[in-house]
Design a protein around this ligand. Structure first.
Ligand code: SF4
Length: 275
């Protein structure tokens, strides 16, 4: 049995992900990195909110916490402050992390909390029926935008950079080698690391936007990623009047690094000064 399979909770199988869902690919990449970095996951904490991506923490045999909607970063902040020695990883979706949890996202980045936040960005609320999310691109069809989305999407990576994250990267579910490398680098950072992962929802987003069925949908996932990135890159005023834009894709890879003390380090210094 491969090392990453040994890190799974077998009693939680079968998993609930739909066939072709990109989340399983992202989870596999994360597991491979964790299996290489850690002998056991006893000192690794995975914290999640609510949604299909958040559900995956239940499948990994680390210390795991499945919290309330949008609040994973707040629970994770408390864990990191109480136990700075632990590796804390937040798994969140774009609806969970940027909509209901948007405020927490900004402040975790501003405080430079020493954790890694992995955003499974599939442009939709998968678990609750494929509704519009803050990352849904213009013109895309969702359960709550049957005539096409009229709202511009967040660029999650730029948001994290503006808010103060000290490591920001963007990867894709379909380029797993690069994704593993980015996750590895995110874990190396002492402060707030943000990894925006372009993935997909075959059940809702792919289907509603006629991006294929079955194995077609699976193979179309790469182009879906590119379309999402094209749309974000184009911006609301530069978008073609109909259909998907064809402009340059958004960059992937490491987008930003900064060096400043983490929140735990600042608190430690403040405590020493007071004593
Ligand atoms: S509903 Fe969408 S995001 Fe959720 S498991 Fe199915 S394909 Fe994946």
């Amino acid at each position: 049995m491969s090392r990453e399979k040994e890190l799974l909770r077998k009693e939680m199988m079968p998993h609930m992900l739909c066939p072709g869902c990109g989340h399983g690919i992202v989870m596999g990449a994360m597991l491979r990195v964790l299996s290489r970095r850690f002998e056991t996951l006893d000192d690794v904490v995975l914290v999640a909110g609510i949604g299909c991506s958040s559900r995956i923490v239940g499948y990994i045999d680390a210390c795991t916490l499945h919290t309330t909607h949008g609040r994973a970063l707040t629970f994770a902040t408390g864990i990191k402050l109480a136990r700075p020695d632990l590796t804390v990883i937040v798994v969140t979706g774009d609806g969970d992390g940027l909509s209901i949890g948007g405020n927490h996202f900004l402040h975790a980045a501003r405080r430079n909390v020493g954790l890694t936040c992995v955003l499974f960005n599939n442009e939709t609320y998968g678990m609750t029926g494929g509704q519009l999310a803050p990352t849904t691109v213009l013109n895309a069809y969702t359960s709550t935008s049957p005539d096409g989305n009229t709202e511009p999407a967040f660029d999650a990576a730029n948001l994290a950079i503006a808010a103060g994250a000290t490591f920001v990267a963007r990867g894709q579910a379909f380029r797993t080698d690069a994704l593993e490398d980015l996750f590895d680098q995110a874990l190396d950072n002492d402060g707030f690391s943000f990894l925006d992962v372009m993935t997909d929802c075959t059940e809702y987003f792919v289907r509603k936007n006629s991006l294929g069925h079955g194995s077609d949908a699976l193979f179309s996932q790469g182009s879906v990623d590119e379309e999402i990135q094209c749309d974000l890159a184009a911006g609301p005023t530069l978008r073609a009047a109909d259909g998907w834009p064809t402009r340059d894709i958004l960059p992937t890879g490491v987008l930003h690094r900064a060096s400043r003390p983490s929140l735990s380090a600042r608190l430690e210094l403040a405590g020493q000064a007071a004593r």
